[in-house]
Design a protein around this ligand. Structure first.
Ligand SMILES: NC(=O)c1ccc[n+]([C@@H]2O[C@H](COP(=O)([O-])OP(=O)(O)OC[C@H]3O[C@@H](n4cnc5c(N)ncnc54)[C@H](O)[C@@H]3O)[C@@H](O)[C@H]2O)c1
Ligand SMILES: [Zn+2]
Length: 409
């Protein structure tokens, strides 16, 4: 495991390097910076779409738009119950993608904050890093009336969310997802957690955010591979719930690959609406929410067998979707035409459709170590047509292996 790398306020110093000598956490110093930089912190006329996640007293709003992060501080200040202090958790790449909107907002609304920057990557999602964040939270006086802000991809969101869920038995937290995968999936729904040496996401808690802010502009610095990883989850939403979304993707492949921001915004909004609807009906995954695992039984086996290093999560999901569609076709649950549409879309989007370095036998046994198994039986979420899935059990060993073989080289 990599040693913990924790920068905290020193990154802020780098951020404002050359502008001030002794930048400290004190809010007055930050306000002074406005004068020096000459930025107008108040942004008006920013277009934003909102999606509500209806969970009774745990309800929250997902705000989607471009350059909207100045609104985070307004939300905290106007809610008037998260105190005047925040711990922003981010990673080295997400931090570089730009934090000025966010930080300007905190200064404008006089909210004290501290930035904790973790090393980018899945290896940071562990209890050791969580422990460092607890220390940081204690040192900077975070309590139940303060708030933890996750600025980053799914790794930051899961880790910071877990810290927020467990620190002082739960403090408020806000998600600012900066990868496509986090914007369409991991930031919504309240699943938080860290990995254990013996398995992924084995330690966790449900803890809903108070708000989610999705800034599409943050995707501009995201590498292509990460965009494609997010697309894997969006294709999933189309297949499980929305044939129109699927057809929209088919009609807009070129624009998607060119990162047309209107198209991306539509995909993100629709994905959030679908996830919000499912989570609202089944917050703790006792039924309906399981359909979100479509493609994931296969994907988790691929990720486990490749040590979580070779493939991005969404890449494994795309391959898992093909395996699940193959299985459905062999069982006569989905017709050939829909199966081919699924395979073609994934291919046209430039996502991987072949898994290297895996053996069918190993993948088969890995599926039985998945934590989603209920009573020893794997729940196979399979498409019966584009836009609809059903759950099946008791699939033969032979067919499971054939379905894995469908994506092996
Ligand atoms: N909680 C849930 O419901 C849920 C759902 C799906 C996935 N997950 C978890 O999410 C994690 C994967 O999330 P991910 O794919 O976002 O990975 P990630 O957080 O590792 O981000 C991917 C890479 O992009 C970088 N990055 C982030 N924002 C950037 C930006 N704006 N510009 C440039 N680079 C940027 C990160 O530093 C990282 O290197 C996994 O740990 C997975 O278990 C959780
Ligand atoms: Zn997923």
């Amino acid at each position: 495991m990599q040693p913990f790398k924790f920068f905290r306020e020193s990154n802020l110093r780098k951020f404002f390097a050359g502008i001030v000598k002794n930048f400290c956490r004190n809010i007055h110093n930050i306000i002074t910076l406005y004068v020096i930089i000459g930025e107008n912190p108040l942004k008006v006329g920013i277009k934003m779409t909102e999606v509500n996640v209806n969970l009774g007293e745990n309800s929250y709003t997902i705000s989607i738009g471009k350059n909207i992060l100045g609104g985070v501080a307004d939300f905290i200040a106007d809610a008037n119950k998260f105190g005047d202090k925040a711990l922003i958790v981010t990673d080295t790449n997400a931090f570089k993608s730009g934090t000025s909107d966010l930080i300007d907002g905190f200064a404008r609304r006089k909210i004290m904050f501290e930035v904790a920057t973790i090393r980018a990557g899945e290896t940071s999602k562990n209890l050791r890093e969580a422990d460092e964040l607890y220390t940081c939270a204690i040192e900077c006086g975070i309590d139940r009336h303060s708030c933890i802000v996750a600025l980053g991809g799914g790794v930051v969101g899961d880790l910071a969310g877990f810290v927020a869920a467990t620190f002082m038995r739960g403090v408020p937290f806000i998600q600012i997802p900066t990868t496509l995968l986090a914007q369409v999936d991991s930031s919504v729904g309240g699943k938080t957690g860290v990995n254990h040496e013996l398995g992924k996401n084995l330690i966790g808690a449900f803890h809903q955010p108070k708000a989610v802010f999705i800034d599409i502009a943050k995707l501009r610095s995201l590498p292509d591979r990460e965009i494609k990883s997010g697309l894997g989850e969006i294709v999933k939403y189309g297949i499980i719930r929305d044939a129109e979304l699927f057809a929209y993707m088919e009609d807009n492949v070129e624009k998607i690959l060119a990162r047309d921001e209107d198209v991306l915004e539509h995909l993100i909004k629709r994905s959030c609406e679908i996830k919000a609807e499912i989570v609202s009906k089944d917050e703790k995954e006792s039924g309906l929410r399981r359909i979100l695992n479509f493609g994931h039984t296969f994907a988790h086996a691929i990720e486990t067998e490749t040590g979580y290093r070779k493939y991005r999560h969404g890449e494994a999901v795309a391959m898992g979707i093909i395996s699940a569609a193959f299985m459905a076709r062999e069982l006569g649950k989905i017709d050939e035409a829909d199966f081919l549409r699924i395979e073609n879309l994934i291919d046209r989007l430039g996502m991987l459709t072949r898994c290297e370095d895996c053996e069918v036998e190993d993948l088969y046994y890995a599926t039985f170590r998945d934590k989603k198994i209920i009573g020893g039986k794997i729940q196979w979420v399979l498409p019966t047509k584009i836009g609809h899935v059903e759950t099946f059990v008791d699939i033969s060993e032979k067919l499971i292996k054939q379905s894995f073989a469908a994506v092996l080289d």
